[in-house]
Ligand binder design. Structure first.
Ligand code: ATP
Length: 300
């Protein structure tokens, strides 16, 4: 009975959570229907664009104070900034957990405010720092959102997420039971399972929060290749603290105190953004990725 009561209380808490309205919410700032700014392929709107977005969790305490960025299709864009700059908040707005106070979010050139949350989220996958595996086989964990996925598709995402050695290692491979009472996976392996799961749904936009926080098993140079491979499949927006992870991104956006203050390539930002250079120096990175303490060209 005590175990049942504990479970009941957790279910009751979930049932009492407010239900999201399904209709498109009225935008708080109806004047913000301007077209998105930023790079895109000719004739193609970016998969995601934010146009001068402002947002506060509590009145009078702005967190985002003018965020503009664009993630074109099949491009790898990174969002960097100090802790507390508002990076995760940008993701929360893109996933429509919150609505901007002013400014607008666009998906494929369409204002998010004109779409239902369901419509916005249909093409988005998010892999954040809190990855979950369920008690079940590795295959069930990967195919969780696409239960009828073909063998070829599952193999494709295993390769993309660099999960082959995990499949090879676990007794039973894809049929190995993982999760609460199954084989334990490391944090990095769980994150790669979450990545494979997200990619299987063939999102048009993938949001990755801190891909290196647990991806210890993939070294950072291999991770760069992973990101490039993924961006061949969808638009990719990555939050990262470690600049070495994102220095090869197609475009890097710097977020400072809730504002996008600079954008460009790693090299452009090293010379054009004081904050970016400070972050790079604090992480001991030369423009080529070597530590500042090492001779140029010397590998880390
Ligand atoms: P980090 O790199 O440390 O993850 P971040 O750049 O992602 O930081 P956010 O998590 O977006 O920053 O937080 C930006 C600001 O908003 C911080 O001051 C944080 O305390 C505040 N904040 C974040 N989430 C909430 C919330 N749910 N309610 C109130 N304030 C929040």
């Amino acid at each position: 009975v005590q175990r049942g009561m504990g479970a009941y209380q957790r279910i009751d808490e979930a049932l009492r959570l407010p239900v999201e309205p399904t209709a498109p919410p009225a935008p708080r700032d109806r004047t913000s229907t301007a077209r998105p700014a930023g790079p895109s392929l000719p004739g193609e709107q970016p998969a995601l664009a934010l146009h001068d977005v402002h947002f506060s969790y509590a009145p009078g305490r702005p967190v985002l104070r003018g965020v503009s960025l664009a993630v074109p299709h099949r491009r790898y864009v990174a969002l960097v900034g100090r802790s507390g700059a508002g990076k995760s908040t940008v993701f929360a707005l893109v996933a429509r957990f919150y609505e901007p106070d002013a400014g607008a979010v666009f998906f494929d050139g369409r204002p998010a405010a004109s779409l239902t949350r369901e419509e916005c989220r249909r093409g988005i996958a998010v892999v954040d720092q809190n990855t979950h595996v369920i008690h079940g086989t590795l295959r069930e964990n990967i195919a969780y959102a696409v239960p009828g996925a073909s063998e070829a598709d599952i193999r494709r995402v295993i390769e993309l997420a660099r999960l082959e050695e995990v499949v090879d290692r676990l007794p039973g491979g894809l049929s190995a039971v993982i999760g609460e009472r199954g084989s334990t996976l490391s944090g990095g392996e769980r994150q790669r399972v979450a990545l494979a799961r997200a990619l299987l749904a063939r999102p048009s936009l993938l949001l990755l929060d801190e891909p290196t926080s647990h991806l210890d098993a993939i070294n950072e140079s291999a991770l760069t290749t992973v990101m490039k491979d993924i961006s061949q499949e969808c638009a990719l927006l990555v939050i990262a603290h470690r600049l070495s992870t994102v220095q090869h991104a197609d475009h890097i956006v710097v977020l400072q105190d809730g504002r996008t203050t600079a954008a460009g390539s790693h090299e452009e930002l090293l010379s054009g953004s004081v904050l970016y250079r400070e972050l790079a120096e604090s992480q001991m990175l030369r423009p080529g990725g070597e530590p500042y303490g090492a001779a140029p060209g010397q590998s880390r």
